[in-house]
Design a protein around this ligand. Sequence first.
Ligand code: NAD
Length: 314
Amino acid sequence: MRVAFLGLGHMGLPMAANLHRAGHRVVGFDVADRARDAAREAGVEVADSALAAVREAEAEVVVTMFQNGAQVLAAYAGVGGEPGLCGVAAPGTLFVDCSTIAVDDARSAHTVAESAGHRALDAPVSGGVVGAEAGTLTFMVGGAASDLDEVRALLETMGRRVVHCGGPGLGQAAKICNNMILAVSQIAVAEAFVLGESLGLGHAELYDVAAHASGQCWALTVNCPVPGPVPSSPANRDFAPGFAGALMDKDLTLAARAIADAGVSARLGSAAHEMYRRFAEGEGAGRDFSGIIETIRAHSRGTESPDDARGAPR
Ligand code: NAD
């Protein structure tokens, strides 16, 4: 397909490179010089502006992979009277936004695209940079099933699973609901290990029981927050991410916005948001989110310093 790919950052560049390698015609653009240079080095054709990328590719599909909803809406609609992507794309172009943004922003993006005579899908991903490079992302898609059918093969070039979640915004809804489960379960697993430590229960023994009992979950069996039981988990490399605390904080902030808008009682989700907000204010921003166990240990010992608690015999 003919694709304009906008936003060539940590996720966007490997995704665009996978499309290029699979034989699609890809013209990319990023506002950052460094990202454009890296894209050229990866063999991706780069235009001088986002609008030029759409024109030069004669794009049937416009993929965006930005940091937030404001960037997506500004790019779609244009700013300061300048035309946006929707103003220059050929009628009926399919806009696919893979950024993680608020549900209401995603719905606004659909409206902007559709009022300009185009079609739109929200298609946020999970799987991180490793999944983007390996082409094993999961796409959660909101919009018309017939539009998804048109780009399913394209998404499958960048990912392993494509799930149609429903109408506009429901891809984003699935993303924030999943990550709220993840945040709460990661905290629950960490609290259980800290409680076990204080009761004299070994990490290996708690793992052996919970991993094969009803406490089993991804936060335990893949992202185990103590070193040892799962050798590949970030706890074995001093919490190098993985999924960084700053990204978990971002996703929980989007979840909190949806919780408030919908008037839902989500006490654990809200508590997890508060814990990760604080975690991401400090060093936690750049560490794997399973490092929250150090905060829990530190608070359990009545000290603010995770270093005081780290490695202390129990
Ligand atoms: P990033 O900051 O590395 O990349 C975003 C890029 O978009 C930047 O290079 C920025 O310059 C560019 N950009 C912004 N506005 C632009 C515009 N108008 N035109 C062209 N380029 C523009 O971020 P990332 O880590 O690649 O994440 C991208 C999105 O994917 C985010 O919404 C993030 O929440 C989501 N996400 C990230 C991960 C991850 O592990 N990094 C995992 C899942 C989802």
